[in-house]
Write a protein that binds this ligand. Structure first.
Ligand code: 3H9
Length: 694
């Protein structure tokens, strides 16, 4: 048989085993192997039943995404599933790990399904901008009912095997997969059970036929959550055809909709993001086989907004942490906020009712930095001031045990300088979380000049363990994300002097798909922080300073660049701001002009992309796709646009370089000229992606 699919006989049961690491994806070879295996077992008179199972860590995790967009190879997944379904002998899927996408669809095409208790099943295609394209939108509603099916397909969320069994998608939970599946197969044969084909079973569809609101509701919920995404809405439509089209016709519709999505720009970007995220975890310059250090206990210093959010991330992942403060008062306040946060999430059904107590139980609050002594990983999240950070690291050097990884959650400061406060700079690095740290998935792992490879790998591993997306970056002011944000912010601020209002600038970005624009973001973060820092550095910004002088610090004071109604976070344009901007610019003798949305968009985006190119030149980021991951998971960049560098490639670097040069001259700002790297790529007609290919 094939290299990736093996067949053996256990008496009257043929076992077809897929063995194609890492996740047994349905490559052409795997599809052919299963097809041939089932066909030959069907033809063997001594075989009475067939088990399809997988070696390694998981059942088939879906179609092989790397094959998408390439010329199709036979047999297609449909043909494989047809071959299984029409097999005259019972075919049983034996599932462990995760049966996902095409893998779960293949299992649904089998006559029976058994699974281990820990197994999970799901149709996560929407997360790749797709919909299940091998019968999933038709067989799943028949297995579990349309309401549950549409919810699973539109969210792409997995469910556990016990829940799937209760709903009707799994026939039996087995302790030992191999022996359990074989025994199940023999029982089916002995009891002469029929060949159950989901395509022929409409019993669960009847109830839903009367009330089709489940589809519109699912699509509306998806629309609300994933602004601008095409796939969830299209997927809901495909599932709805289980009710109004005969099975074969609905399969055809499903395939058409799948193909449309697969060839679309959104799915292309989402598939790119999937691989970019995985690529980001691979650290260049670390010797092969470098293992992370053992992390059994974690301490976090500072119970403020960031420290609290980081502690919650650990507790959410079931990992106990020690949270350290300088006094009882501060500790009590921090723990109180975390408790309130958890309670609010539980009240809106985001976590189970008993979760707040359980999670708070994992966070041990203590007073005194000496309590770091047993921790294998220490994350400092104190005030963002070099002097304070240095003092803390001096103390950590004194109290932390040998080999502990010492991380700072700074968002701008120089890690090398902080590391110098210790006798062990090899153990020091940055773990830059994004606010709110218990929600945002990004963690920039900042590698100092002396950071040891195994310390770096430890931080990457820990970040993954707490469900963050780690991206390794180098030391510079603001690292990758905030440095690019600053390039954008500089332009946004200029627009207010030139003629635009905050709401016009922000709307340009929200229309593009960003969750908010720079001014709404400033209001959320608090305008006083920047004001204080400007004062410290002796910098003036007439409009921003005037806003703060008027006591408008953003959401926390109910007024900033916008006004906010009591208890609401919705930014409302404020005529007072319009007046303040006009008065300030008049006083400065500036003549305001109408600015077009196109100019605003280009002047926000392109300088950011230019800064991204500079970051690559300086090797602060390892690869363009890492920059994209930073923006996707740290700043809410719309996933269907892939990230700023991916977006730049789609616009064309030549155009971006030309426009940057144009604006450099128009605004008399030479810093906007394209960087040498961007210019070179543009001149050569190349893309950022070409850099990754070497
Ligand atoms: C589909 O099925 C369409 C059908 O409806 C219709 C067809 C007609 N293909 O995530 P990990 C690689 S669409 C190719 O780090 P984990 C991944 O890149 C598909 N490669 O591991 C990585 O490679 P590397 C629907 C894949 O344990 C390695 O495997 N299915 C695929 O954290 C390990 O991955 C999905 O959307 C794939 N399908 O998580 C499932 N999947 O080591 C997508 C993974 O070189 N996959 N790789 O970086 C996942 O959600 C997770 O990978 C999984 C494992 C949960 C399976």
């Amino acid at each position: 048989m094939s290299q990736v699919v093996k067949m053996e006989r256990h008496g009257e049961v043929a076992i077809v085993t897929v063995d194609s690491p890492p996740v047994n994806a349905l490559s052409a070879a795997v599809r052919k192997g299963i097809f041939d295996g089932v066909k030959s077992a069907a033809a063997d008179p001594d075989v009475k039943a067939i088990v399809v199972t997988c070696a390694g860590r998981t059942f088939i995790a879906g179609a092989d995404i790397t094959e998408f967009g390439k010329p199709p190879q036979q047999p297609g997944l449909h043909e494989v599933i047809d071959e299984i379904e029409k097999c005259p002998k019972p075919v049983i899927a034996a599932i462990h790990g995760t049966a996902l996408g095409g893998g779960f669809e293949l299992a649904l095409g089998c006559h029976y399904r058994v699974a281990t208790k820990e197994a999970k099943v799901g149709l996560p295609e929407v997360k790749l901008g797709l919909l299940p394209g091998a019968g999933g939108t038709q067989r799943l509603p028949r297995a579990v009912g349309p309401e549950m099916a549409v919810k699973m397909i539109v969210t792409g969320d997995f469910i556990g095997a016990p829940e799937a069994a209760k709903a009707g998608a799994i026939d039996e939970i087995v302790d030992n997969l191999a022996s359990g599946a074989e025994a199940f197969a023999k029982k089916i044969v002995a009891e002469k059970k029929p060949l159950r084909k989901l395509r022929d079973d409409d019993s669960k569809l009847a109830a839903a036929k009367a009330d089709r609101s489940i589809f519109t509701n699912a699509a509306a919920a998806a629309n609300k959550k994933g602004r601008g995404l095409e796939a969830p809405v299209t997927a809901a439509e495909a599932v709805s055809h289980s009710l109004d089209q005969p099975f074969e016709q609905a399969l055809k519709t499903e395939r058409e909709l799948f193909t449309k999505l697969m060839n679309g720009e959104q799915s292309k970007a989402q598939r790119y993001a999937f691989f970019a995220e995985r690529e980001a975890a691979k650290v260049a310059g670390v010797p092969e086989g470098t293992k992370g250090r053992d992390v059994k206990s974690v301490a976090i210093i500072g119970a403020g907004t960031m420290g609290g959010g980081i502690a919650m991330s650990f507790a959410n992942a079931g990992i106990p942490v020690t949270l350290i403060e300088t006094g009882d008062e501060q500790l009590k306040r921090g723990l109180g906020i975390m408790q309130k946060n958890y309670d609010a999430t539980a009240a809106r059904g985001g976590i189970p009712a008993d979760a707040p107590a359980k999670r708070m139980g994992l966070i041990k609050g203590v007073v005194g930095i000496e309590n770091v002594k047993d921790a294998d990983l220490i994350i400092e999240a104190v005030f963002e001031t070099m002097a304070i950070k240095k003092e803390v690291f001096g103390k950590l050097d004194q109290y932390a045990k040998k080999g502990a990884v010492l991380a700072t959650n700074t968002s701008y400061l120089n890690i090398n300088e902080i590391a110098k406060m210790t006798q062990r700079p090899q153990d020091v690095l940055g773990m830059h979380f994004f606010s709110p740290a218990n929600v945002m998935k990004l963690c920039e792992i900042v590698r100092g000049e002396k950071t040891a490879p195994d310390a770096l790998v430890t931080a990457v591993n820990v970040a993954k363990k707490i469900a963050k997306v780690p991206v390794v970056v180098g030391v510079c002011d603001g690292f990758v994300g905030n440095r690019m944000l600053a390039a954008r912010g500089k332009q946004a601020e200029k627009f207010l002097f030139e003629g635009a209002l905050p709401q016009q600038v922000d709307a340009v970005l929200t229309k593009f798909g960003m969750p908010m624009g720079p001014f709404a973001m400033g209001d959320l973060a608090g305008l006083d922080i920047g004001w204080r820092s400007r004062k410290d550095r002796g910098i003036k910004s007439e409009i921003a300073d005037a806003i703060c002088e008027a006591g408008r610090f953003g959401q926390k004071t109910g007024k900033g660049y916008y006004k906010y109604e009591q208890g609401s976070r919705a930014p409302l344009p404020d005529p007072e701001i319009e007046k303040l901007i006009e008065e300030t610019t008049t006083k400065m003798g500036l003549k305001r002009r109408q600015m077009s949305d196109d100019e605003i968009f280009e002047r926000l985006m392109y300088p950011m992309i230019n800064e991204g190119a500079r970051i690559l030149e300086e090797k602060i980021a390892q690869r363009p796709s890492d920059i994209d991951v930073v923006w996707l998971y740290g700043y809410g960049w719309p996933i269907y646009r892939g990230g700023p560098m991916f977006y730049a490639d789609s616009v064309g670097l030549k155009k971006i370089a030309e426009r940057l040069s144009f604006y450099a001259k128009q605004t008399n700002d030479p810093s906007l000229e394209p960087t040498p790297l961007l210019k070179k790529l543009a001149d050569e007609g190349k893309t950022f992606a070409s850099l990754a290919k070497g």
